[in-house]
Design a binder for this molecule. Structure first.
Ligand code: P6P
Length: 342
């Protein structure tokens, strides 16, 4: 039985990720072996960071490094170690010409990888407020084809492409289990790490995830409601009046978005008087998550524009983010009476 038949047949056992990638490569020859090799390396990163997160308290990794990142946030040892694990594993993949990360000042060319056709963005570990309370945290990644000339070092224009140019994106979620959720434009797949064998496996119900068009869950930090524009206050107050409305806010972007992806609903981190351009990072947070959610039939906007249509002006650009079920995101637009975004 071929990998494709096993993946698409009435297989009783979950498909492991190596067979899945082989099947996808057979089904979609345009998904080159290079991209498949990067995804395989990312599964290695996920397993390493999963162990790091699970043992961070024992390894005393919650200590501050004494440094702040480009966003002025305190960097703890755990952030630094996760960032290094991404860098070290991808450094061995000649298909990766360079990367940028939330923990880096700029972008980083990989020496001797000028032939690489891809660049990556990643947020190595997001959800820092959850680190030491054993809450769920996540890593986010995004893969683009380079636009700078082959056989030259990467340059900034490779790293400020529109999110619609992504060829692959996804996230790792470190919670009661470790999940890997990704899309390469052919649907969204949600793998679970089987720690007994160290393999990511795909339960059939998590292949080609379709997010509900609507959902009663809304996820926002309501402590900031006094700083919101009136239109956002009206939107959230309206959500509360609907049957089945419920509020969930983990304070960890990957966990909040992943829940809404499965159950329906909306996560929002709107612009407010303290965050006039939003808090979340366009390149390494909003774009990859928007790519995944749209591939599952959802939507993501900055309140006016489709996230994936935004042309980044800088590596550090932040954006408001309203993401989740398409009807809930569309409703936000109606409340904010913004130009029709598509
Ligand atoms: P606030 C974590 O620091 C993060 O970047 C996201 O994971 C999370 O959704 C958001 O910030 C929480 O921000 O301002 O509500 O604490």
């Amino acid at each position: 039985m071929s990998a494709v038949e096993r993946q698409n047949g009435e297989h009783s056992l979950p498909v492991n990720i190596a067979d899945h990638i082989r099947a996808e490569s057979q089904l979609h020859p345009e998904v080159t072996g290079s991209l498949a090799s990067i995804l395989t390396d990312l599964t290695r990163v996920a397993k390493e960071i999963s162990f790091t997160v699970n043992t961070a308290g024992i390894q005393n990794l919650y200590r501050s490094t004494g440094r702040t990142n480009a966003y002025g946030e305190n960097v703890i040892q755990l952030d630094e170690k996760a960032n290094q694990q991404f860098k070290d594993i991808l450094a061995n993949n000649d298909n990766v010409a360079g990367f940028s990360s939330e923990e880096e000042e700029g972008f980083v060319p990989y020496p001797n990888s000028e032939d690489g056709k891809y660049i990556l963005w990643f947020d190595p570990l997001d959800g820092s407020s959850n680190f030491d309370i054993n809450g769920s945290v996540g890593s986010i990644f995004s893969i683009y084809k380079r636009v700078s000339p082959d056989k030259t070092p990467v340059d900034e224009k490779d790293f400020i492409q529109k999110g619609s140019e992504q060829v692959c994106a996804g996230y790792f979620l470190y919670g009661p289990s470790t999940m890997l959720v990704y899309t390469a434009r052919f649907g969204v797949y949600r793998f679970t790490l089987n720690p007994s064998v160290g393999e990511f496996v795909l339960p059939k119900e998590y292949a080609q995830i379709a997010t509900p068009d609507s959902g009663g869950i809304y996820s926002v930090n309501e402590a900031y409601s006094n700083n919101w524009p009136d239109s956002v206050k009206s939107y959230v107050n309206h959500l509360k009046t609907r049957p089945g409305a419920t509020s969930r806010y983990v304070g960890s972007l990957v966990a909040d978005v992943d829940r809404d992806l499965l159950k329906g609903g909306v996560y929002l981190y709107p612009a407010d008087s303290n965050h006039p351009t939003g808090k979340l990072r366009l390149n390494c947070e909003a774009n990859p998550l928007a790519f995944v959610v749209e591939q599952a039939g959802g939507a993501a906007t900055d309140g006016t524009n489709r996230i994936l249509d935004l042309q980044p002006e800088s590596l550090l650009q932040t954006t408001p983010l309203i993401i989740g079920s398409k009807n809930e995101v569309e409703l936000f637009r109606q409340f904010t009476q913004r130009p029709l975004w598509q």
